[in-house]
Design a protein around this ligand. Structure first.
Ligand SMILES: NC(=O)c1ccc[n+]([C@@H]2O[C@H](COP(=O)([O-])OP(=O)(O)OC[C@H]3O[C@@H](n4cnc5c(N)ncnc54)[C@H](O)[C@@H]3O)[C@@H](O)[C@H]2O)c1
Length: 395
């Protein structure tokens, strides 16, 4: 195989940054062959915007094609596991957006799963779903590539080099993804999102801290340092009475049975800790930040906001449609635009790794083990928050 032929499933937000990230790679050995979405107008618009030769309204058409090697799943989280299994059975390698899967309820569609269902059962079912994907991928001898962009972000790559050079011990990590709320309709309900802020936003910092402790462990003792326990809290801040009374809302609201704020402390087997914050209640553009306190150094990772570019405009229209940063409420005043989100957030480097992994028959840096570990931590956090106690990892 000299070039990797990719079919994109889904045609909206995640699909668009996967496509642009691939296009930015120099000498990339990949072609996007087709895009599928049940909304044929969206699929057509996506194909037109990005110059993709074909589009269709049924992703199974992509699975039937011999000229597609990889399907890239940019679809709501409740569809991930089943689509992964079907792709693997069709002999296609899979790129899967985060998080891998979750618990989505089995009863009537109108049930508010997030308010009623026992978290211990959710955790067990979610892990069973992860194992179903793992088995299908192994049986199909295909690659599972987990699109956790944080671990590919250039500041995180540099952080790993600094951890290695310092020889220090990672004692404490504080990591956060927050913004003013997702616009995607699937995110409102547990049935389609599998959880709230901790799941959608927290998946990134959780993925990063697990990857870093894994990295440190392999470096120093030849095996990963694993999570030992999780303590968490969740809340629905936009249900606060005071917020409800305000005449104008700058934050997304209307969350049904999912939390819009979550925090957790992960304790690792070596005694170190990671504190994760995830919120849909933060103005000022997306926050993608991490501070790593080593025994002999400190590293601040500021993917967003970052002050490598500072701009000022007296009115919001001055910069017209030029992109500044994700989820920014206004372009007026001082702002900190991202010079290139696809690189800074790690989307292009992750695509580079995935394409190379397929071409050279090696495992990607981000694979099924990390994908499973992330949802295990998040659902253990939900169990902790429901029961109001620290929960030991079940191993
Ligand atoms: N890595 C990141 O930074 C990041 C950011 C946003 C979203 N995501 C992830 O990407 C995934 C998609 O989120 P999004 O924001 O793009 O959502 P979205 O609502 O913008 O897009 C979802 C797409 O899936 C398509 N779809 C729905 N049902 C389908 C089906 N049966 N077959 C084929 N396509 C179907 C929709 O038509 C739409 O094109 C989620 O898992 C989310 O967690 C990741």
């Amino acid at each position: 195989m000299e070039r990797v032929r990719i079919g994109i499933v889904g045609s909206q937000f995640a699909a668009s940054f996967h496509i642009t990230s691939l296009a930015k790679l120099r000498g990339v050995k990949a072609d996007i062959v087709a895009v599928a979405s049940p909304n044929i107008d969206h699929a057509a618009a996506c194909a037109g915007t990005f110059g993709i030769p074909e589009y269709c309204n049924d992703y199974r058409r992509l699975l039937e094609r011999k000229d597609i090697d990889v399907v890239d799943l940019c679809i709501p989280t409740d569809l991930h596991a089943q689509f992964c299994v079907e792709a693997a059975q069709a002999g296609k390698h899979v790129i899967c957006e985060k998080p891998l899967t979750g618990y989505f309820g089995k009863d009537r569609p109108e049930d508010l799963v997030g308010l009623t269902v026992d978290r211990e059962m959710m955790l067990k079912e979610t892990l069973a779903d992860c194992d179903r994907v793992k088995k299908a991928v192994e049986a199909g001898s295909v690659k599972f590539m987990y699109a956790e962009n944080w671990i590919y972000a250039p500041p995180v790559t540099k952080l790993k080099a600094l951890i290695k050079a310092s020889g220090g011990t990672i004692m404490d990590i504080r990591a956060e993804q927050s913004h003013s709320g997702s616009q995607a309709t699937y995110s409102r309900r547990w049935k389609t999102s599998g959880g709230g802020a901790l799941m959608r936003l927290g998946a990134h910092p959780v993925g990063a801290v697990l990857h870093l402790k894994h990295f440190e462990g392999v470096l120093k003792q030849g095996r990963p340092i694993l999570a030992k326990s999780v303590t968490a809290e969740v809340a629905q801040k936009t249900k606060m009475e005071a917020f409800g009374r305000e005449p104008k809302h700058y934050l997304v609201s209307g969350w049904e049975d999912v939390e819009d704020w979550g925090a957790m402390v992960i304790t690792f087997e070596d005694g170190s800790t990671a504190t994760i914050l995830a919120s849909d209640g933060v103005l000022g553009g997306v926050r993608n930040t991490m501070t790593v306190y080593l025994s002999n150094a400190v590293v601040n990772v500021n993917m967003n906001p970052s002050n490598c570019l500072e701009v000022y405009a007296p009115e919001p229209h001055i910069f017209k449609d030029e992109y500044l940063v994700e989820k920014l409420e206004t372009k007026a005043g001082w702002n900190f635009p991202s010079p290139d989100d696809d690189w800074v957030k790690g989307y292009s480097p992750e695509m580079e790794d995935f394409v190379d992994a397929v071409l050279t028959h090696r495992e990607p840096v981000s694979g099924i083990a990390l994908a499973r570990d992330v949802v295990e931590i998040i659902y253990t956090a939900y169990l902790s928050a429901q029961q109001g106690r620290r929960v030991e990892m079940m191993r």
